[in-house]
Design a protein around this ligand. Structure first.
Ligand code: BMA
Length: 362
């Protein structure tokens, strides 16, 4: 089995040149993603990988060196995803029960091992007190913008989120660059910031307020900003609520496969194919790297899914990374990555040997 590892030389060259030109930590990460995309590499990512896997869970004090992907193929994913839901309330654990202290430790360890870290955020609903999926009111985004009744509360939420992101420091005390991916899948209407829940101006206002607070007010220079619409839109729909080139670094996409297999394979492949095709053009026009920021097929019920469905759909596009969603430790079939003993295990080994798929090299 051949596992292609992160091209250390190219990565190091990009990072060194970014640093020597006086660039910020986020500039170095951006350069690294661009190198991956332009060389045809696709960095493989998995949500929550070092925290738990299918039927196991790390506990405080563990060395955070286990992942389902490593169990299967000997290397960790190159990209590690985490979610910040709960940080806004000052909770100790995120919405899936991961202690923020362990998330911080895993993120820093992964960065120091040469990997890349990305954060999504499913904050609570500041107006109703419900969760991110509480779409019972379409006044939520308006309420957090300047002048709104929840503005002050929301700025406190942003400040807690910023505190956490600012606390990501390596062993030398330097900021750890990370991909930050707020207000995702806004082209659908299942989150309080979704399409039918706010106007275009309100959505872009929310993004701008978040961006300005994190970068100007708090001076965070370790964030690479990813814009992640959901699938099912055309190029016009994709860009309809784009906040602007000055506030976005990565053009992302969240696209899942639903339904029975193999019947639904073709629909997912063709959706990915057509969306990545226009994203490639948009990436060129706007000077942005593209990425498949979330994907997967819950329970992976098709044994050849990795090489037969996912790989053919992405291989011809300059996708810097793709990230599959989490392998819940406490739910039998809520998994999107491989694990030892699962139906698609052998196929995953073939997938990572395809030549373009990059895992962490240690
Ligand atoms: C969803 C599911 C939930 C989880 C949420 C945030 O897709 O995995 O169980 O709480 O993501 O991680």
């Amino acid at each position: 089995m051949k596992i292609k590892s992160i091209s250390i030389f190219l990565m190091a060259a990009a990072v060194l040149s970014a640093c020597s030109s006086g660039e910020t930590p986020s500039g170095a990460l951006k350069a690294r993603l661009e190198v991956a995309a332009s060389s045809g590499d696709i960095l493989f990512g998995h949500q929550d990988a070092l925290m738990y896997g299918h039927s196991w869970r790390a506990v405080p004090g563990d060395d955070l060196d286990r992942s389902d992907v490593k169990d299967v193929c000997g290397s960790h994913p190159a990209v590690l995803g985490f979610d910040l839901g709960g940080i806004e309330l000052g909770d100790d654990c995120n919405l899936d029960g991961n202690p923020f202290s362990m998330i911080r430790e895993a993120a820093v360890a992964h960065h120091e091992r040469g990997g890349i870290v990305t954060f999504s955020w499913h904050p609570r609903n500041p107006l109703t007190g419900g969760d991110s999926w509480d779409v019972s009111s379409s006044a939520v985004v308006a309420s957090v913008l300047e002048g709104g009744e929840k503005h002050e509360l929301f700025m406190q939420w942003l400040s807690r989120c910023a505190d956490f992101l600012a606390s990501l420091k390596d062993s030398k005390g330097s900021p750890v660059p990370v991909i930050f991916r707020p207000w995702h899948e806004h082209t659908g209407s299942w989150f309080w910031w979704g399409r039918d829940l706010c106007s275009k101006e309100q959505y872009t206002g929310l993004w701008k307020m978040t961006y300005t607070y994190m970068t100007s007010d708090r001076g965070l220079d370790n964030l690479v900003w990813a814009y992640s619409p959901g699938a099912g839109v055309d190029a016009g729909g994709y860009m309809e609520r784009y906040p602007g080139d000055d506030m976005v670094d990565i053009l992302g996409l969240d696209c899942y496969q639903y339904g029975e297999a193999p019947e639904s394979n073709a629909a997912y492949s063709s959706l990915l194919d057509s969306t990545l095709a226009f994203m490639t053009e948009l990436g060129k026009a706007h000077g942005k790297t593209i990425a498949l920021t979330e994907t997967g097929f819950e329970g992976i019920p098709y044994g050849k899914w990795w090489t037969g469905v996912l790989y053919p759909a992405v291989k011809d596009y300059p996708v810097a990374y793709l990230l599959v969603w989490r392998n819940a430790w406490d739910r039998e079939s809520h998994f999107y990555g491989p694990w030892k003993g699962t139906l698609s295990e052998e196929d995953f080994l073939e997938f990572v040997s395809c030549g373009d798929i990059v895992l962490l090299d240690e």
